[in-house]
Ligand binder design. Structure first.
Ligand code: SAH
Ligand code: AVI
Length: 307
């Protein structure tokens, strides 16, 4: 059995079933995520964009001339446009994403809108080491960009490991600009993952369609339901798919048994305090040079440097 299916089957055979959130992002999943970012309840995107508008000039000043911009999980590169408009003669933009079609389509648009910037997309799973391409212009500094609070989708130890990967990619004198969702009224957080239009539910269930197509699975999407709950002890959203009935599902050559009400955890979305995240950045090797927040302190954008 190929390693990827083995990992999926192992996750679905554990006493507490889980699937990595990276499987949300096929072409349809990436489009559904874009729809989520426009939902009135999903405060994260607009809040981060508002902070960026206020601080992007300062970030550009800190990054300096001829920086390379390496973005982890670039999606549609919407926030990146603001960075590219302000950075001083960026040497290259390297968007890294697992969702191939969506990445390539987004980068065709970026190339049209920023004809003077070299753009080299990399299709990769950023949790494994990958080779950075060599740009035509030698950068003076690498700036790793990780917006959207995607870091929150990793459990603490994995998030620190990922920060260490970014530390390596940043190289000597490099920097990390990272967006982080903060603790707030649980009702606001709960609504963001339980939108009234049902888009988050479609995004969650689309993961099963993705597995059916790519891994010869036969999940019946009508027999699973979306659930997202905020756990105040761990300070995170737990997103699950709940089996409506007792059933057996095939994936590859394996058969997975479900009881009625049994769940698959599909995502955690951690919400931090400003100090919690600073401690994680430090554990990843960085020190925080500056952090900007919105007036309600709902979201933070950190500029971290290598120690
Ligand atoms: N940065 C964008 C998109 C965030 S959605 C924003 O702030 O709005 C998360 C993005 O990370 C998606 O585009 C998804 O395809 C990508 N992604 C998730 N897990 C990944 C992984 N393990 N490796 C590479 N890309 C990943
Ligand atoms: C990509 N990531 C930061 C999103 C989040 O909010 O955790 C994914 C998402 N899940 C449900 N809605 C959006």
């Amino acid at each position: 059995m190929p390693d990827e299916i083995k990992t999926l089957v192992a996750g679905l055979s554990a006493p507490e079933k889980s699937i990595s959130p990276k499987y949300f992002y096929d072409e349809a999943g990436s489009k559904l995520f874009e729809d989520i970012t426009r939902l009135p309840e999903y405060y994260l995107t607009n809040t981060e964009l508002g902070i960026m508008e206020a601080c992007v000039e300062e970030i550009a000043e800190l990054a300096g001339e001829r920086a390379s911009l390496i973005e982890f999980g670039s999606g549609s590169s919407m926030k990146t446009r603001m960075m590219l408009r302000h950075l001083r003669s960026p040497a290259v933009y390297v968007p890294v994403d697992i969702s191939e079609e969506h990445l390539l389509e987004s980068q065709r648009n970026i190339k049209v809108d920023f004809p003077d910037v070299e753009v080299i997309p990399v299709v990769a799973d950023f949790t494994h080491s990958f080779d950075l391409p060599s740009p035509t212009t030698m950068p003076l500094r690498n700036v790793v960009y990780f917006p959207g609070s995607t870091i929150g989708n990793f459990e603490k130890e994995d998030a620190i490991d990922l920060l260490r990967v970014m530390y390596q990619e940043a190289g000597p004198d490099g920097a990390l600009v990272i967006g982080v969702d903060l603790q707030k009224d649980p009702a606001v957080i709960h609504a963001a993952y339980n939108d009234s239009a049902g888009i988050t539910a479609r995004f969650n269930l689309n993961m099963l369609r993705h597995l059916n197509r790519e891994f010869s699975a036969n999940f019946n999407l009508d027999s699973f339901a979306h659930r997202a709950t905020y756990d105040s002890d761990s300070g995170r959203i737990v997103m699950e798919l709940v089996s409506a009935e007792k059933q057996v599902v095939r994936i590859g050559d394996a058969r997975i048994q479900f009881d009625a009400g049994e769940t698959i955890t599909t995502e955690y979305s951690h919400k931090y305090t400003l100090d919690d995240f600073e401690a994680m950045a430090v554990a990843g090797g960085f020190s925080v040079a500056k952090v900007w927040t919105d007036s309600k302190q709902w979201f933070g954008v950190y500029y971290c440097i290598r120690d």
